[in-house]
Write a protein that binds this ligand. Structure first.
Ligand SMILES: [Cu+2]
Length: 241
């Protein structure tokens, strides 16, 4: 179990940055946790109740005492600044600046499935050759994808752990984000927002393919397949009224 957490593959161009940020936070916060608890337990032991020793009341106002508060306080604030700068730089890279896209896809969440609309061989979305799938996303390694996230009913969350991507899906809004797959393979997608009784089974599979395999997959999907699937999905979608 632990092994699988530490070995979780990184399959997007920004996964490293998220892991770096997690490590930074763990190290900085972990250091202060150990320091603070260490000092606390040392004092508990060192100044425990003893016969013939009276308790002292230390207000911290006497000369030379306040530095024991001021110095750690300043150091903690400095560490906060480091964490904030680290977090903002990662945020700007992933959320604020979207690189030019090679491919645009649409991701639609509904109770309780994911619908993915891929552009067909023409490379354009919202044309006749679009390929719609349920719970199955096919992308090509090394291409920059923009995705439009939509919900048909309630709030969902589009979570792709190997991409280190998690984004809420909000009904009435179209949220655009990006990713660039860097590793081929089959990975998990999971809804990460409690969205009703079927939330736990609202999972999908991500297929990151080489250019060749992706073309093959595309060739296997005729327009008819896709159109009939899209109609079936629309027919089973719960009413939003
Ligand atoms: Cu959901």
């Amino acid at each position: 179990m632990l092994e699988s957490i530490f070995d979780l593959a990184r399959a997007s161009s920004y996964a490293d940055r998220i892991d770096w940020l997690f490590t930074l936070i763990t190290v900085v916060v972990g250091f202060w946790l150990i320091m603070a608890e260490g000092v606390l337990f040392y004092f508990l032991f060192r100044f425990r109740r003893r016969k013939g020793v009276k308790a002292q009341y230390i207000s911290g106002e006497e000369k030379g005492q306040k530095k024991w508060i001021n110095i750690p306080h300043a150091l903690v604030i400095l560490c906060d600044v480091v964490l904030i700068v680290g977090a903002i730089s990662v945020w700007v890279h992933i959320k604020q600046n979207l690189p030019e896209s090679d491919v645009k896809i649409r991701v639609i969440g509904q109770q309780w499935a994911w619908i993915f609309v891929h552009p067909g061989p023409d490379g354009k979305l919202d044309t006749e050759d679009d390929i719609s799938t349920v719970d199955e996303l096919h992308v090509e390694e090394g291409k920059v994808y923009h995705f439009d996230l939509e919900s048909r009913d309630v709030v969902h969350s589009f979570s792709v752990p190997v991409f280190r991507l998690k984004q809420d899906v909000v009904p009435g809004r179209v949220i655009t984000g990006w990713f660039e797959p860097t590793k081929t393979g089959e990975f998990d997608i999971q809804c990460a927002e409690i969205c009703g009784i079927g939330h736990g089974v609202m999972a999908a599979r991500l297929h990151v393919e080489s250019s060749e395999d992706h073309k093959k997959w595309m060739a296997h999907h005729t327009r008819e397949d896709s159109a009939s699937l899209a109609t079936a999905v629309t027919a089973t979608a719960p009413s939003t009224e």
